[in-house]
Design a protein around this ligand. Structure first.
Ligand SMILES: *Cc1c(COP(=O)(O)O)cnc(C)c1O
Length: 505
């Protein structure tokens, strides 16, 4: 059938090919143009301006609009006012510049549109994901009994860790199959231990999984911001004395603010003695698997019962891309659901893999392809060098801040984050928190430097999250100089009239 539908789908017909080529050429050109022009990470447009520009293009027509016009609108209203995450001065969050192989792979991923839930919807893709999972379990040091699944990211992976651990605990403590029967009343006694720097999604998962946020017990951290193993033991004992049931400990390999890595071997030993499920959230630090200099920091990852790794952070994959791993593949049976139309028993008996059995998603993206293409095109050696370079740059940057009396450095970087704040040089009655908040805001609005603000020890701190391997120490020197100048300016103006602030390089 040939109709005016044809040109809008992938089809052997020439009209389809023309549309495909024209659209692809235009978007590739659009990104290339933006890349050439992006000498700042952000346009500096105000929130109001951006909102208005977006609203202006939201007139959805009944009849098709011209391609050039639509792309022009997208360019002006969206691309121009987006955070240009590939710019080295965009360093607020664990939000990475995507590697070119990942960007290119997305074109294939989108066009094939494989759904990873059942083999019949993703025949080759299922094996790509399964084999890549195998590659990673072996890099982690797991035995062939291990398994894993791609996820939308750390939130979902952490959720799966808590879910599996919860179901196993209910089986062990109450002989209840939660998957079948739901949570027993006594489940309110279950407790999870993690450090105060663990990601908020541990608590969020507990809340969503019927355990409540209060099921998460925060363990103290040491001066290196790692979970205090002594305190873990004490807390477990105390909980047991109160008649509560600790069942899980979550260690973090790369906390969001400090990048600190909990002592995995010691925690694993306690988890083993106390019969707790050990989940390691390596969303951030999981990239050390290929590091030449820092691989040893996660050498005990294989002691975990389950692991979170994000590929859309320090693995430089476009969003979304993450994975969840388990030491024992049987543990996935805690969540396996048989839908007659997707993964019936006869498939399992026939050796057919349907990834839906291991996932909390049904329709699921073929994200594994972009990671495969990246690892093959870049190679794990160079990838490891990128990771090492960024960590070393963070360490050098921390040294610069430490030597400068205008700043207080909060951490000795373990990974890529540097926490610091500007400290006023005078004794005038100025609010340090307000100056630092204003520094973050003013630089964002200038479009020149995107950094994060966070709260530690009750005070505002600034944070560089230095993921970009194209960043350099001389760029960092200049940023620090500019922050200092801006800090002095704000300090002098504080308490006077409300200033309109702009930063100029
Ligand atoms: C980013 C992060 C998460 C959340 O992952 P998403 O991919 O954003 O869902 C969880 N834990 C840690 C340590 C993280 O850095």
């Amino acid at each position: 059938m040939k109709s005016n539908f044809t040109k809008w789908f992938l089809h052997p017909d020439g009209e389809s090919k023309n549309t495909y080529d024209a659209l692809m050429d235009s978007v590739v050109q659009l990104v290339a143009d933006q890349t050439r022009k992006a000498n700042l990470p952000f346009s500096g447009a105000s929130r109001k301006e951006i909102e208005l520009e977006v609203k202006k293009v939201m007139n959805i027509p009944a009849a098709a609009q011209k391609m050039d016009a639509v792309l022009e609108e997208v360019k002006n209203a969206v691309v121009r006012n987006s955070l240009w995450i590939s710019h080295p001065s965009a360093m607020a969050h664990l939000h990475c510049p995507p590697l070119l192989p990942s960007i290119a792979a997305e074109v294939i991923i989108n066009a094939l549109n494989q759904s990873m839930d059942s083999w019949d919807q993703s025949p080759a893709a299922t094996y790509v994901e399964a084999e890549l999972v195998k590659f990673f379990t072996s890099c982690i040091g797991y035995s062939p009994e291990a398994d894993g699944v791609f996820t939308s990211g750390g939130t979902q992976s952490n959720y799966m860790g808590v879910l599996l651990a919860r179901n196993k605990a209910c089986q062990a403590y109450f002989s209840i199959n939660v998957h079948q029967e739901g949570l027993p009343f006594e489940a309110s006694k279950l407790r999870i231990l993690c450090s105060e720097h663990a990601h908020f999604t541990v608590q969020q998962s507990a809340a969503q999984l019927g355990l409540g946020m209060n099921a998460v017990v925060r363990v103290a951290t040491n001066d290196k911001h790692q979970l205090c193993t002594g305190d873990v033991k004490e807390k477990i004992e105390k909980l047991r004395q109160e008649g509560l049931l600790p069942f899980m400990v979550v260690a973090t390999a790369g906390t969001t603010d400090f990048g600190s890595i909990d002592c995995l071997s010691e925690i694993a030993k306690i988890a083993n003695e106390e019969q707790l499920w050990l989940h390691v959230d390596a969303a951030f630090g999981g990239a050390l698997l290929f590091s030449h200099q820092y691989r040893h920091k996660i050498s005990d990852l294989s002691l975990a019962d389950s692991i979170t790794i994000d590929f859309h952070k320090l693995y430089y994959q476009s969003i979304s891309c993450g994975a969840f791993f388990v030491k024992q593949r049987n543990d996935f049976q805690q969540i396996s659901y048989h839908a007659d139309y997707l993964n019936p028993e006869e498939d399992r008996e026939g050796g057919i893999i349907n990834l839906v059995e291991k996932s909390v998603q049904t329709t699921k993206r073929f994200d594994a392809l972009k990671l495969l293409m990246t690892l093959k095109l870049v190679g794990t050696d160079l990838f490891g060098e990128m990771v090492d370079y960024t960590i070393n740059l963070a360490k050098e940057t921390a040294c610069l801040l430490k030597e400068d009396s205008s700043f207080e450095l909060l951490n000795d970087p373990e990974l890529n984050t540097v926490l610091f704040r500007y400290v006023p040089s005078t004794n005038r009655d100025v609010s340090v928190d307000e100056i630092n908040l204003e520094l973050q805001r003013a630089f964002y609005q200038s479009g020149e430097l995107i950094i994060a603000k966070t709260k530690q020890l009750g005070s505002v701190y600034l944070k560089f999250t230095m993921l970009n391997p194209l960043n350099t120490i001389s760029l960092m020197k200049n940023h620090i100089k500019q922050i200092k100048l801006a800090g002095e300016k704000i300090e002098n103006e504080q308490g006077e009239t409300r200033y309109e602030y702009s930063v100029h390089y």
